[in-house]
Ligand binder design. Structure first.
Ligand SMILES: *Cc1c(COP(=O)(O)O)cnc(C)c1O
Length: 402
């Protein structure tokens, strides 16, 4: 896991993004998948500074709404944009054409008919999103291989062929799949092989050459073991070996690009024991960093002792935290709540038992005023969180330069 050198932080909580690390990481991914087009899925983190840092090292952006489309178009003018997502409105389909989207990933026969209608005489290039009946091994989230609202099963794909026949201004370019997320390279490759085994004969039957195959995102990020990274080199080499002449392969990861380069930095407000369990209450909460709740993991963190706080030499003799309160000798500083060598549950300021960053994780020492630095907070973190719940102040954002 990349180490963070904390910049000068004003108020906490704060997000810190390492744009230099992100840029180098994205460049490494691109060289590993050489020959395959690399898109960044903007929904993982659409922060404008991140998009601009990533842009020179990807072939384009995958957007999943009219909002993302307008945002990416404005933030990274001239970028190639690919528009997917279920439930596109007519206005969004029209915006796709107005803003020069390169490919529309069509999710249903009805959507394809609506695209034909809004095109108004313009050409539109489409990939059909397929939801195939293929085994999806070891995924954390499944978007296909079973009944889901995403894409089309083979019957839906066939129906699209007759729509396309009637609307020759819609140009079929190939197939899009995004069947699962949280797959390591071997599982991802096994899935890709099953997809190709189905898609290639289908496309041959359509007499379509050359063809584009967007193989989706979903490359695994292991929050329990941040050093366990998706093996881009093996994956890239295998894709190169699988690709046939007249095929363009495209991938569109989000999480595995951005997750490692964001940190959420907060401060310990309180340390207390309740029914035998030790809690550290932190400023902020999962309304800023919802990732551990949505994924059901402990967010990895490190503790930076507050300057002037209790040092290990002040180690409490008892196993319970030293809690403030009770009569004190005049002139003695109030004891600072601190816990040593025990499992601690890290929570935020929200009035809900779900506001948990990490549960019963053993720490050597945690005290009031210490900083807690959560790592792996660069993707599906701030932008998926319910910021306004309880109306706490929003975090500040800091960017380590590229
Ligand atoms: C969310 C999404 C992605 C990105 O998935 P990650 O797990 O962040 O890599 C790519 N393609 C589609 C269609 C998606 O919905």
């Amino acid at each position: 896991m990349p180490d963070l050198v904390l910049p000068e932080l004003g108020s906490l909580p704060a997000y810190v993004y390492d744009l230099g690390g992100l840029t180098a990481h994205t460049a490494r991914i691109r060289s590993a998948v050489k020959g395959t087009e690399l898109l960044y899925a903007a929904k993982a983190n659409p922060d404008p500074n991140l998009l601009r840092a990533i842009a020179p090292h990807v072939d384009g952006f995958e957007v999943a709404s009219g909002g993302e489309l307008a945002h990416v178009r404005e933030t990274v003018p001239g970028a190639r944009i690919f528009f997917g997502g279920p439930g596109k409105t007519d206005a969004e389909l029209a915006a796709a054409l107005d803003l020069g989207v390169e490919r529309v990933h069509v999710e249903s026969p009805h959507e394809l008919r609506r695209l034909a209608a809004v095109a108004g005489g313009r050409f539109a290039d489409v990939l059909l999103r397929a939801n195939l009946d293929v085994p999806v091994p070891g995924a954390s989230l499944t978007m296909g291989g079973e009944a889901t609202p995403f894409g089309m099963d083979p019957a839906g794909l066939s129906e699209c062929l007759s729509v396309l026949h009637e609307a020759p201004w819609l140009r079929l370019r190939g197939v899009h799949v995004h069947l699962a997320s949280g797959l390591a390279a071997p599982e991802m490759l096994a899935l890709t092989e099953s997809v190709l085994a189905w898609v290639r004969p289908w496309l041959r039957a359509c007499a379509l050459r050359p063809v584009e195959l967007n193989l989706g995102g979903g490359m695994a990020v292991n929050y329990a073991d941040p050093a366990d990274r998706f093996d881009w080199v093996t994956y890239g080499e295998a894709l190169a070996a699988l690709r046939e002449p007249e095929e363009t392969f495209r991938v569109e990861p989000g999480r595995a690009v951005a997750a490692y380069y964001g940190w959420y930095v907060t401060r310990v407000l309180d340390v207390k024991v309740s029914h035998g369990e030790t809690f550290a209450v932190l400023t902020g909460g999962t309304h800023h960093l919802r990732t551990p709740v949505t994924k059901g993991h402990d967010q990895p963190f490190s503790i930076v002792p507050a300057p002037g706080g209790p040092s290990p030499a002040d180690r409490a003799p008892s196993p319970v935290p030293v809690l403030s309160g009770g009569p004190r000798l005049p002139g003695l500083p109030a004891p600072v709540p601190v816990a040593y060598d025990r499992p601690v549950t890290l929570v935020g300021q929200l009035c809900t038992p779900k506001d948990v960053f990490a549960r019963r994780v053993r720490v050597e020492r945690i005290a009031v005023d210490d900083l807690v630095v959560f790592s792996m907070a660069g993707a599906y973190a701030w932008n998926i969180s319910h910021h306004d719940f309880l109306m706490h102040p929003k975090p500040e954002f800091h960017y380590l330069p590229a």
